[in-house]
Design a protein around this ligand. Structure first.
Ligand code: MN
Ligand code: MN
Length: 458
């Protein structure tokens, strides 16, 4: 790859038939996860089922853990911890941690969403995470989520995924009438309060008087018949609007894959499959599938919650050792995506320090913005350790920053883990069009990240 500014190995260029087959086979399993787990709730449920199939049992605080135990902690159905207790001394060897997130940018219903105007019923929304709003108009949308009723029961909702399901929609102007909108910036073209989701337009009435017919009443009738829910139940609902399509191969050669929410399921999937496939590792391993990363890792299910250290404390107590000592000797890969180099927008990247598509796992020493601000700037020594284990295990990897200096920036869960005195570094799959309704990755990079995680857990 002589055109690349710094020597990198293109995985597809190097791959023999066997490796190519492994890459493509592995991507098939990932596709199932993408299609089944579009929200943190669904991704958490999927990974939990996989964990059960691999012999993982539910963990409860107070329970003593022993060598050989494989447990999961399901945090409110949105955040999953998988723990495998290895034979190596936990005090001196620490824990090998893989931390990824399973929430993705999307559009949420507000708590009072329904309204009708001019014969159309809509839902008001508030977007979740950093989206470019204009990208979410005129694409088929599905509705996923949960409605908590007053009696304590929870209704799961998923509409728009079955071939026969209807989908939902956010409209945009036709070019013929868009001259005023075209003069706005991309950021202003579609505003936050313009992201109103089309829900229906057939009026109905329960009353005798035809004048009382409304579309909203019809919607409420459908919702009650289908889910037994009433309008006030939206108050205690989490309804997420996500793209309605499935993951697809991209390009004639099928080397790339497009999907909603690669960020960060493209690192979550390798994290838990690497754990299952390194069954005989002597390390104590913790795999974290976190929620709320896209809004700052806040809340009970985000990475800033003390649950993380509570679980490490529980492990340490089980062996009668100091939690501080366990953390001091632990190592973490903050498994998250980074911006992949896009030749159509090359001016935002600095070519020497950018992750290239199909050139393997992307290691990011620091994220942040404006002079590495708010970043976990990983130690050179820790990168040295990773270089050794990756090279020993034939992992193809590269280094990459999030764009040019001062072009923008971003963050991950890395700093919250590093804060607990745990060596942490970001590593993941380079993504094209990150946070859009259809992100693109290389299947080769997905597989190399999986191999990198296996090497780390060995
Ligand atoms: Mn991410
Ligand atoms: Mn993100």
């Amino acid at each position: 790859m002589s055109e690349l500014a710094y020597k990198r190995t293109n995985v597809y260029e190097k791959a023999d038939d066997k490796l190519l087959q492994e890459i493509f086979d592995y991507a098939k399993g990932y596709k199932v996860f993408l299609d089944e787990g579009k929200t943190e709730r669904e991704a958490c449920a999927f990974a939990k089922e996989q964990a059960k199939l691999h012999g993982y049992k539910p963990y409860q605080f107070g329970q003593k853990l022993s060598v050989g135990d494989k447990v999961y902690y399901d945090n409110r159905g949105k955040n999953l911890y998988l723990i495998k207790v290895g034979s190596k001394d936990i005090a001196t060897n620490g824990i090998r941690i893989l931390a990824s997130h399973i929430d993705s940018p999307r559009i949420d219903f507000k708590q009072v969403p329904l309204y009708e105007t001019d014969g159309i019923a809509f839902a008001k929304t508030h977007y979740y995470g950093g989206i470019r709003k204009y990208q979410w108009a005129t694409v088929p949308l599905a509705l996923h989520g949960a409605v908590a009723l007053k009696d304590g029961s929870v209704i799961d909702i998923k509409v728009g995924e079955d071939e026969n399901d209807p989908v939902f929609y956010i409209s945009d102007l036709l070019p013929h009438l868009a001259s005023k909108q075209n003069a706005k910036t991309l950021a202003e073209g579609i505003g936050g309060e313009d992201l109103n989701v089309w829900l229906g337009n057939i009026p109905y009435t329960l009353a005798e008087n035809e004048k009382d017919k409304t579309v909203k009443e019809n919607l409420l009738k459908i919702l009650f018949e289908k889910y037994g829910m009433k309008e006030e139940d939206f108050l205690s609902a989490e309804l997420c609007v996500v793209p309605a399509y499935k993951a697809k191969d991209v390009g004639f050669d099928r080397g790339l894959m497009g999907a909603y929410g690669h960020d960060d399921r493209v690192c979550s999937y390798p994290a838990f499959t690497a754990l299952f496939d390194e069954e005989n590792s002597e390390q104590t391993v913790m795999v974290i599938l976190a929620d709320k990363e896209e809004i700052g890792s806040e809340g009970t299910t985000g990475m800033q919650c003390v649950l993380f250290t509570d679980l490490i404390d529980a492990l340490a107590q089980s062996f009668g050792v100091s939690s501080a000592q366990v953390r001091a000797n632990s190592k973490c890969l903050s498994a998250d995506v980074n911006a992949g180099y896009d030749p159509n927008f090359r001016d935002v990247c600095e070519p020497l320090n950018t992750a290239y598509i199909s050139c393997g796992a992307g290691v990011t020493k620091f994220t942040g913005a404006r002079g590495k601000g708010s970043s976990n700037d990983a130690d050179a020594e820790f990168i040295g350790f990773l270089r050794r284990i990756f090279d020993e295990n034939g992992v193809i990897w590269q280094t990459g920053e999030m764009g040019k200096v001062d072009a923008g920036g971003g963050g991950t869960v890395a700093k919250y883990i590093a804060k607990m005195n745990i060596d942490t570094i970001d590593i993941g799959v380079p993504v094209i069009s990150m946070h859009s309704p259809f992100e693109v990755i290389s299947k080769a990079d997905l597989y190399e990240v999986y191999l990198a995680f296996r090497a780390f857990l060995k």
